[in-house]
Design a protein around this ligand. Structure first.
Ligand code: GZL
Length: 318
């Protein structure tokens, strides 16, 4: 409940007047602290949240932290001060959230983790965590590569473009991928560096990989499509053919990835759906209705190799 509504209701009660139902129920107010606008995925996620809030008649207070944790913490503190009904956010990194989450708990404002997790031990600090299983996304990428390289005995040198250092998707996508490829010693990650989930950084780091390792590189594993698309530009500028000279595996399955696969420049993208808006708004309404939420709500997702890209593209929603 926001400040103005509380004050109005208190004044009516103090004057011994009835509180109109519309005022008493009022609009639910949700404070959402977004990571930033670093990728196509994030843009689609923000769009999904804003449109779903509108659709649900929920008043949305939205902040963009420009990928800085201190900005997300500031936004959450502002939501607490404004006495919003629910707080939701996608933590830019896993650690450093205990203090502000305890402040929200002390203010009796429920918190939903949307998209990424935190590594806080006390799970009473949030009501529910909804989002993808990033470890499974990494496994799917690894399984696709194992299948593609089945039967070959020559070494497979992999360079890895990691997501934001310390973020749940970067940690877990690496973990899942390595869990699968470690079964065969021919797979070797020869370089690994963060591209911070952006196209620009992905291109810059891939240029450095190519300078250092050149034609030794057989595979690029990128933790998201934006970094893969940046890397594709670097591979072409180095006079090599993306998806042919270097097999490229990526995650998110955003429009840009489908366009790259249709152009024959990306081999496969593992789906990671940003369309959490409707699920989040339903969770907010359930909390306000006093319902209990599951602690973990996992998004179901697929995998899209380039062979199916043209057929699937028209029906993609992000
Ligand atoms: C994953 C999400 C990641 C995407 C990136 O759920 O947190 O952040 O994979 C985005 O594209 O920047």
């Amino acid at each position: 409940m926001n400040m103005q509504r509380r004050t109005a209701i208190a004044a009516l009660i103090a004057a011994g007047l009835p509180v109109p139902a519309a005022l008493a129920q009022g609009k639910i107010v949700l404070g959402f602290a977004q990571v930033g606008a670093e990728s196509e995925w994030r843009t689609a996620n923000t769009e999904s949240i804003k449109s779903a809030a509108k659709e649900a008649g929920i008043e949305l207070k939205f902040s963009d932290a420009q990928q800085k944790q201190e900005n997300q913490i500031k936004a959450i503190r502002a939501f607490i001060a404004q006495k919003v009904d629910v707080i939701a956010f996608s933590p830019v990194v896993e650690s450093g959230w205990g203090t502000v989450l305890r402040e929200a708990k002390a203010a009796k404002i429920p918190v939903i983790l949307a998209d990424r997790a935190v590594n806080e031990k006390d799970d009473t600090l949030w009501v529910s965590f909804m989002g993808s299983d990033f470890v499974e996304e990494g496994r799917k990428a690894g399984r696709w590569l194992v299948e593609k390289m089945k039967g070959s005995t020559t070494p497979v040198n992999i360079v890895e473009l990691q997501g934001t250092v310390g973020s749940a998707p970067a940690i877990d996508r690496k973990k899942g991928f390595e869990e699968i490829i470690k079964a065969d010693p021919k797979f070797k990650i020869i370089r690994c560096q963060t591209g911070d989930f952006t196209r620009a950084k992905g291109k810059e780091v891939m240029e450095a990989f190519l300078k250092a390792e050149g034609k030794k590189i057989n595979v690029l594993y990128a933790h998201n499509d934006d970094m893969a698309i940046g890397a594709i530009q670097a591979i072409e500028e180095a006079g090599m053919k993306p998806a042919k000279d270097i097999t490229i595996i990526s995650i998110d399955a955003v429009k840009g990835a489908f366009e790259a696969m249709i152009a024959g420049k990306l081999n496969v993208s593992v789906e990671c759906s940003p369309l959490l808006g409707p699920q989040l708004m339903q969770a907010v309404k359930d909390i306000k209705a006093g319902k209990t939420l599951p602690k973990r709500i996992v998004t179901e997702e697929g995998i899209f190799p380039m062979e199916v890209a043209a057929k699937e593209f028209p029906s993609r929603k992000y």
